[in-house]
Write a new protein. Structure first.
Length: 322
């Protein structure tokens, strides 16, 4: 939710709640606005959860308040006892978000010095108006689809750039920018995931978490990219095997996209593994270490591609994938 959208909703919720409460002739109408102000939250799911928690908190807190005030009156000692009982209970049930707004309503009983049904009904009406109006306004949530699509493009472009740079590193040992590139990609993935988590919480009846799973898959791939960067930087000179592997990095970068199954790349890796197996045994310790690094790099690349093929098979029939 943008700052402008949040501001508009908070102002509307507060003002409308007060107007409705005053129109209905409720006392302490300003409290309806306060509760509404506190109930405008970032997502629909969060708003519903907090509203449910506060309703339960209302029931518990008022049950305590009614009992305490009935036996001890409306003085400070009674209010302190109410807090001693209500605070741990609300925290125990993890509904402490209702503590402050509901306690404000409880103080109205002290001010009125009455437990009459009309007084209790007045407080419940204030609570219902404030909470209900905030929920109503939170039905509308601005879409983040354009930002999510932009993250798709940005992240795929940066992944391609890293893969092409890995190709260049294997061919020419030129990989000075690789560590910075994967760190920047990490920041983009964190921002994208924060956005899609929030967007997911705004969809109450969605069937899948496609966007969340997509960016989580890309984050796992970036973890593998970090390992591949570390391995490739340890390879100090080109060889026939490294040249063949560099071509596979090039092809992976070329085919990288949201819709591509990447199945053919798995076949290419199997063919390259067979070439590695048929090569003569290394003749020196240095050659052995280089081949071990290349084999590790190839295995990480295979895992990188497998992440995408698994995602493709999970979502190829999903409407969001079309």
């Amino acid at each position: 939710m943008s700052l402008l959208e949040r501001t508009i909703k908070m102002v509307l919720a507060t003002v409308l709640a007060i107007i409705i409460a005053e129109y209905l002739g409720l006392t302490y109408a300003l409290s309806a606005g306060l509760i509404s102000l506190l109930s405008v939250l970032d997502t629909r799911q969060t708003s519903l959860m907090v509203a449910k928690n506060r309703l339960l908190a209302f029931v518990i807190a008022f049950a305590i308040a009614i009992t305490v005030f009935f036996f001890l009156g409306y003085g400070l000692i009674a209010f302190a006892l109410y807090l001693v009982l209500a605070v741990p209970l609300l925290y125990y049930f993890k509904i402490e978000s209702g503590l402050v707004p509901i306690t404000v309503l409880v103080t109205h009983l002290m001010t009125s010095q009455s437990l009459a049904f009309s007084i209790l009904l007045n407080e419940f009406a204030i609570f219902a108006i404030g909470t209900g109006l905030a929920l109503l306004l939170n039905i509308y949530m601005g879409s983040n689809d354009s930002q999510i699509k932009a993250f798709h493009q940005t992240i795929e472009q940066k992944m391609k750039a890293i893969l092409y740079q890995l190709e260049d590193c294997l061919l020419h040992q030129n990989g000075q920018e690789l560590n910075l590139m994967v760190r920047q990609l990490d920041l983009d993935l964190d921002a994208a995931l924060q956005l899609v988590y929030r967007e997911s919480d705004n969809k109450l009846f969605q069937q899948t978490n496609y966007q969340v799973h997509y960016f989580e898959m890309r984050r796992r791939q970036n973890t593998l990219l970090k390992q591949m960067v570390k391995t490739s930087l340890a390879i100090k000179e080109p060889s026939r095997e490294s040249i063949l592997l560099s071509h596979l990095f090039h092809e992976t970068a070329k085919q990288l996209s949201e819709k591509n199954s990447a199945v053919t790349l798995i076949d290419d890796i199997e063919q390259l593994l067979e070439v590695y197996r048929q090569r003569e045994l290394p003749q020196s310790r240095q050659e052995f270490e280089m081949r071990a690094l290349l084999f590790q790099l190839l295995q990480d690349l295979e895992r990188f591609i497998t992440e995408k093929t698994s995602f493709y098979h999970d979502y190829k029939n999903d409407t969001e994938y079309d």
